[in-house]
Design a protein around this ligand. Structure first.
Ligand code: ATP
Ligand code: MG
Length: 140
């Protein structure tokens, strides 16, 4: 059991439906602390760089278009085993396969418009946090 930080995005489908508070309640009631948070509009360049690992995938162009279609909320979440804990709170990528009680099961619209992003490893979490936040913006 280690205290970790992970990176999270509340995606445009969720901000559009005013779900930021309900999603944050899921994090907080499941033991994660929101230690940094800001609402931003991603540029095309930012979205392409952020999802760069997927650039050869057939859904890449649509994914970038979706991620810049409205505001997002970028966050740093802190807690015990935060990377894995957050993936569990989020649920499976495709909401049809997500467990009951997860964010994606309750809120996602589709496999693309799936309400949240969460880092998939501690190393990626560090890089993704540094992409959006400076140290002084993270208050544990
Ligand atoms: P994220 O990285 O956003 O946390 P994830 O790790 O569960 O999600 P990835 O495989 O990294 O899933 O895919 C990144 C994002 O690309 C997904 O969250 C979803 O928005 C979109 N995506 C993934 N697979 C598909 C697909 N088959 N069709 C459309 N969009 C997809
Ligand atoms: Mg991913």
């Amino acid at each position: 059991m280690t205290t970790e930080r992970t990176f999270s995005i509340i995606k445009p489908d969720a901000t559009r439906r005013n779900l930021t508070g309900k999603i944050n309640a899921k994090f907080e009631s499941n033991g994660l602390r929101i230690v940094a948070q800001k609402r931003v509009r991603l540029t095309q360049d930012m979205a392409e760089r952020f999802y760069g690992v997927h650039k050869e995938r057939p859904f890449f162009k649509d994914l970038v278009k979706f991620m810049i279609s409205g505001p997002v909320v970028v966050q740093v979440l802190e807690g015990t085993d935060a990377v894995a804990a957050n993936r569990k709170i989020m649920g499976a990528t495709n909401p049809a396969n997500a467990d009951a009680g997860t964010i994606r099961k309750e809120f996602a619209e589709s496999v693309e418009a799936n309400s949240v992003h969460g880092s998939d490893s501690l190393e990626n979490a560090k890089n993704e946090i540094a992409f959006f936040f400076s140290e002084v913006e993270i208050v544990g």
